[in-house]
Design a protein around this ligand. Structure first.
Ligand code: SF4
Length: 276
């Protein structure tokens, strides 16, 4: 009940389909915010466009519902202008990995203190189920009715390779782990990224014999392997499985806005000396 103070309850019930996973992810984010001691008066949450991006409308703090793919660009501007604020991005896989893919890799590379939670339903739900860069190969979508031919991105590996300093993955079946990873991400000093597999029974599930959201949760449970389990498995056993857990964490890279402020302070000092 304590989490209700972080929600705009006047906007409930939410608009998501029955059985959609996005409410579970939002619930995990709210619980993580409580655990991390997030001050809603000093927090900005940014989203782009898509079913998951509606999440910010339910949060009782400063929120921006921006343009498709540009949530991280807006978040970068906010964090640069007000590094004292906590900046969180909630966005979908299509938003972050397709039109916003460039913003994602460069946000990771800069290591700016932004927490990004990816609601990965493997599809464009809001526009009725086109495939996204995270649709697994072989699965059916509105634009791949005979099965998707492309390989999907491993988004966690991508952001880690680009320079993110905290990376984790979970699913809506693994709620406690999701809360824990988002809590740690919120406490991290640098760019933190948590991917959460979230079910879309309406467009992904129906086309792939998983119209029942419970079946989709079972599918997540069956596909997921922890880092420890994966270490004991052969490569052929890992085919089609999804690695969950805390995948990467380092404190060795400076947070960008602090380096930026230090540079300004140093140059201002030099300017004073020249004036004398
Ligand atoms: S279309 Fe899919 S992702 Fe969008 S609200 Fe419905 S179930 Fe959720």
């Amino acid at each position: 009940m304590e989490g209700l103070r972080l929600l705009r309850t006047e906007h409930l019930p939410h608009i998501w389909c029955a059985g959609c996973g996005h409410g579970i992810v939002l619930g995990a984010v709210v619980r993580a915010m409580l655990r991390a001691g997030v001050d809603p008066d000093r927090t900005v949450v940014v989203s782009g466009i898509g079913c998951s991006s509606r999440a910010v409308g339910y949060l009782n703090m400063d929120t921006l519902h921006t343009t498709h793919g540009r949530a991280l660009a807006f978040a970068t501007g906010i964090k640069l202008a007000r590094p004292d604020l906590r900046v969180v991005v909630l966005a979908g896989d299509g938003d972050l990995a397709a039109i916003g893919g460039n913003h994602l890799i460069h946000a990771a590379r800069r290591n700016m203190g932004i927490t990004c939670v990816c609601f990965n339903n493997g599809i464009y739900g809001m526009t009725s189920g086109q495939y996204s860069p995270l649709t697994p190969a072989g699965f059916r979508t509105a634009t791949a009715p005979h099965g998707h031919l492309e390989r999907d991105f491993d988004l966690c590996r991508l952001v880690q390779a680009a320079g993110a300093t905290y990376v984790a993955r979970s699913t809506t079946y693994h709620v406690h782990q999701t809360i824990e990873y988002v809590t740690r991400a919120l406490g991290h000093d640098g760019f933190s990224f948590v991917e959460v597999l979230s079910q879309c029974p309406t467009y992904f599930g129906r086309r792939n014999r998983m119209a029942d959201p419970v079946r989709m949760l079972e599918w997540f449970r069956e596909r997921a392997v922890t880092v420890t389990q994966a270490g004991r498995m052969k490569p052929e056993e890992l085919a089609g499985r999804v690695l969950i857990g805390e995948l990467h964490r380092t404190e060795d890279v400076p947070e960008y806005t602090r380096s930026y402020r230090e540079l300004i302070a140093r140059l201002s000092g030099e300017g004073d000396r020249h004036e004398r």
